[in-house]
Design a binder for this molecule. Structure first.
Ligand code: ADP
Ligand code: MG
Length: 715
């Protein structure tokens, strides 16, 4: 027998579901609590959480089809009922359980390629079984492979509503979810949170009947409208969801405005000196966004601004200028980046600008030696360090800022909402301590940066209360990157090209394929690619950088590449964000078809940073699926990050585009911004009105829809 695999065969899940369907006596308490844990993992804690966990589709178990007719209804699952006349384990060619089910009209075979011993008992001769599945015509007549089944009594009543199928987690059977939800349905407070006049005005159905209908639609319900979510019951639920989102956004905004932040009004000596010291002039766009940020920082309520700018547009220097203002005003600033490579690069660059001007910049990551770490922590706590650059280590326990006035989060989409909150809250404690008042909690200003541009409408709807600044211009002297799509069979030509480029003094990135399933495999591929290239290019220096290397080792390689001593850098996706080596002008990405659009754009953005014309070669393995084809074509057609984001949104839809991390619990589950725009508008207007006229309703509605999760919206 092969070693047990981690992933269960699909069939097991079905059997488990079927298992649970047989109306066994209540499970022992221990079992129940693991079910509870699994519910919680899905975010289903309160009764209302369960009630608002709506089906993704339905199964029609309200009818039984005679076996003789079932065979004609191919393609759709049907339900049959009969008595087992035989059940045996067969070995042809592999071990399987085969049972024959007979009714008045005919017979069919139920076949299980994976099964438990207990199933043989459940399907013993003489048992009456209700089975549901697709009928196929096999060699031995009609058969169902892996039907869902349960034992029934003769004449047992059929359900009168469609059976809901819920989004579920691993090991959480539908039957368990159904039971939990059914019980929650009988226990929640059904009060309608919308005032009657608002409901009437918008023609919305009542909450209770809508939700109950969605869980248990009568057999005559319009199944199409249910599936497409255009049914009036769906409309009501979507409106409620959007209203909750709009309400909490507006409230977060009010809360922020009423909150204190240290005013950072001084654009003084350091700001001027830094500007002087830069080896270039700010672009018009950089100046404009800097002015927007400067104005925010002067206010005594917290800035919450997203700085968007395409890859290479020069966000770092804007961040440094914002930090200079905080320092000029007598406060500290912290800059957090998602990877150690990126954080270290920021640290070096910014320290090289600021330390000559007499500003102590501290460096903090998890990999520091104890002594270095303690030193950094002491400098941060005493206020001697004015700017602190680091990774997640910044939000760990034991990091205490003396006077944190500004928090900057680079590549903010790579952080969870909770992590951004944590950094802000650090500043909150410190600021409190600094002014010695615990009741008037102030929070630091926040600047978030991202090269993954979020289309504006989406940003407004999804991000709670966020100001957006956009750098819409690249620094001068850049030549656009030329992108080519190349079949991987032509790898030799690509290697020749790498060789030629290196001889001209240009540097090359070679990005290894993404292997999501296995980090080990990814590592192996990277090492092999490195060896292959080193052998093929004996006169060049080929370096390797990957995620499993120690930070110090990584740094040695990155330094070598920065200084031009390494010609070709073989890398896993660790170089995806932010790495800046202007002399690199050729980018090769292997198995480009496995990457997402924004990832490809980020990777490509590692070149095209200097004056040399840059080239990006996307190697792919044929055949390409339609989505991959679309993605690669987009990469070839445009270098514009905003255009790429727009197409990405088109290809993937807003939910996937932002991802769960991005939006915390604020993610819309039911409403769709593209098809439900009118509802968004209606919800926005209603939110405005309710906040002015009816705070009790606001409270009730938010409690129902967000429970305790509102904090996330304020991040
Ligand atoms: P990103 O917006 O992707 O974070 P960076 O801040 O890393 O971009 O900047 C990319 C490169 O452009 C860096 O080498 C930076 O020093 C340089 N740069 C930034 N602003 C300017 C400018 N105004 N003129 C010339 N070069 C600039
Ligand atoms: Mg950057």
């Amino acid at each position: 027998m092969p070693a047990p695999k981690k992933t269960k065969p699909a069939a097991t899940a079905e059997i488990t579901a079927a298992d649970a369907k047989t109306d066994k006596p209540a499970k022992p308490a221990a079992k129940k609590s693991t079910g509870q844990a699994k519910l919680e993992k899905l975010g289903l804690k309160s009764n209302m959480d369960l009630v608002l966990h709506l089906p993704m589709r339905y199964e029609d178990e309200t009818r039984i089809v005679p076996i003789a007719e079932a065979g004609f209804m191919t393609g759709a699952p049907v339900q049959v009922e009969g008595v087992i006349t035989s059940c045996e384990v067969q070995y042809r060619p592999r071990r399987q359980l085969v049972a024959t089910l007979v009714d008045d009209s005919g017979q069919l075979v139920m076949r299980f390629l994976n099964f438990y011993g207990s199933q043989q008992k459940q399907l013993a001769e003489g048992k009456r079984i209700r089975a549901r599945g697709e009928v196929r015509h096999g060699f031995f007549g009609a058969e169902m492979v892996h039907p869902v089944y349960k034992a029934v009594e003769e004449g047992e009543a059929l359900p009168t509503a469609l059976t809901p199928v819920y989004p579920s987690g691993e090991g959480l059977p539908q039957a368990y979810l159904r039971k939990a939800i059914a019980s929650a349905l009988s226990r929640v407070d059904w009060r309608d949170t919308l005032p009657a006049d608002l409901r009437e005005q918008l023609g919305l159905a009542p909450f209770e009947s809508s939700v109950k209908l969605l869980h248990n639609p009568p057999p005559d319900a319009d199944e199409n409208a249910l599936m497409e979510r255009s049914h009036p019951a769906w409309t009501r639920v979507k409106f409620d969801e959007l209203l909750a989102q709009q309400l909490s956004m507006k409230r977060a905004q009010q809360a922020r405005r009423s909150r204190g932040a240290p005013a950072l009004p001084v654009v003084g000596e350091l700001s001027a000196a830094l500007l002087q010291a830069l080896p270039f002039q700010l672009t018009g766009a950089q100046q404009r966004v800097l002015e927007e940020i400067r104005a925010d920082l002067r206010a005594s309520y917290p800035m919450q601004r997203l700085l968007q700018g395409d890859v290479g547009s020069g966000k770092t220097v804007v961040a440094a200028m914002a930090a200079a203002q905080a320092i000029d005003s007598g406060y500290q600033a912290a800059l957090m980046a998602p990877t150690e490579i990126l954080a270290e690069q920021h640290f070096r660059k910014i320290a090289s600008w600021l330390e000559p001007l007499g500003v102590r910049v501290a460096w903090l990551t998890g990999s520091l030696k104890k002594k270095e770490k303690n030193e950094a922590l002491a400098d941060i706590a005493s206020g001697y360090a004015r700017l602190i650059v680091g990774t997640h280590a910044l939000i760990q326990e034991g990091v205490d800022f003396a006077r944190l006035g500004l928090v900057i989060v680079d590549e903010q989409h790579r952080f969870g909402v909770g992590q951004r909150l944590a950094l802000r809250n650090k500043g909150m404690d410190a600021a409190d301590a600094a002014i010695g008042e615990a009741d008037t909690a102030t929070v630091p200003h926040q600047l978030m940066m991202s090269a993954t541009p979020i289309p504006r409408t989406l940003a407004m709807t999804y991000y709670a209360d966020l100001e957006v600044s956009v750098i819409d211009e690249l620094p001068p002297g850049r030549t656009p990157i030329v992108t080519r799509i190349i079949d991987q069979n032509r790898r030799d030509e690509v290697i020749a090209r790498v060789h030629a480029a290196a001889l001209e003094g240009r540097q090359v990135y070679w990005v290894c394929p993404l292997i999501e399933e296995s980090e080990v495999l990814q590592l192996q591929t990277a090492t092999e690619t490195h060896d292959m290239l080193a052998a093929a290019l004996p006169d060049l220096r080929v370096g390797l950088v990957h995620g499993r290397m120690k930070p110090a080792e990584k740094q040695v390689v990155m330094d070598g590449f920065s200084r031009g001593e390494i010609h070709v850098l073989v890398a896993t996706t660790v170089i995806e964000v932010g790495v800046d080596v202007p002399n690199a002008s050729l980018m090769v990405i292997e198995h480009a078809e496995r990457f997402g659009l924004s990832q490809l754009h980020q990777l490509r953005g590692r070149v095209g940073r200097g004056a040399a014309a840059s080239v990006c070669l996307l190697l792919y393995q044929a055949p390409l699926g339609p989505v991959a084809k679309q993605r690669l074509a987009t990469m070839r057609e445009t270098n514009d990050g905003f255009e790429i984001a727009r197409r990405d949104l088109e290809i993937r839809g807003p939910g996937e585009f932002l991802g769960a991390r991005q939006s915390g619990q604020a993610m819309l589950r039911f409403a769709d911004l593209q098809t439900d725009q009118w509802l968004v508008d209606a919800a926005r207007d209603a939110a405005q009105r309710l906040l002015q006229e009816d705070l009790a309703t606001v409270e009730a509605h938010l409690t129902r829809w967000l429970g305790g999760r509102e904090e996330f919206l304020k991040a």
